[in-house]
Design a protein around this ligand. Sequence first.
Ligand code: CMP
Length: 138
Amino acid sequence: ALNYTFSIIKPDAFNTGKAGKIIAHLESQGFTLKAARVVHMSKKQAEEFYAVHRGRPFFGELVDFMSSAPCMPFVLVKDNAVHALRDAIGATDPAEAAAGTVRKLYAESKGKNAIHASDSDENAVRESRFFFAEADTI
Ligand code: CMP
């Protein structure tokens, strides 16, 4: 499996000053930062990033939210990184997320859920390339 994955501190968490706490939490679980930046996505960029969800009932809300304010895309390194980060962030809905997960600790709702994590190695590569040059992630 890939040794890195892609994540975003979403606007709800980034703009309430939680980025540092979330990154420290992930570092304490053995993830290391490989690349990071701060981006205020345009609506068009958010639509392209989330193209896989086009047609879902929450697509418009998701795109509006992700383009509403700055967020923080980053790349994390760990063995079996995609699976490890999915475990660390918890369920989409913070009400259903396990104790100690990022979403249980920091998310507000199913839509404003603090953090994104790639769901497959293939998407981790695609999503990393969406925000970073290849040289920044190897
Ligand atoms: P994530 O899994 O990172 O990527 C898709 C996002 O759509 C998901 O996080 C949620 O933040 C968002 N979303 C908003 N509403 C819903 C919903 N009803 N079901 C699933 N995802 C939703």
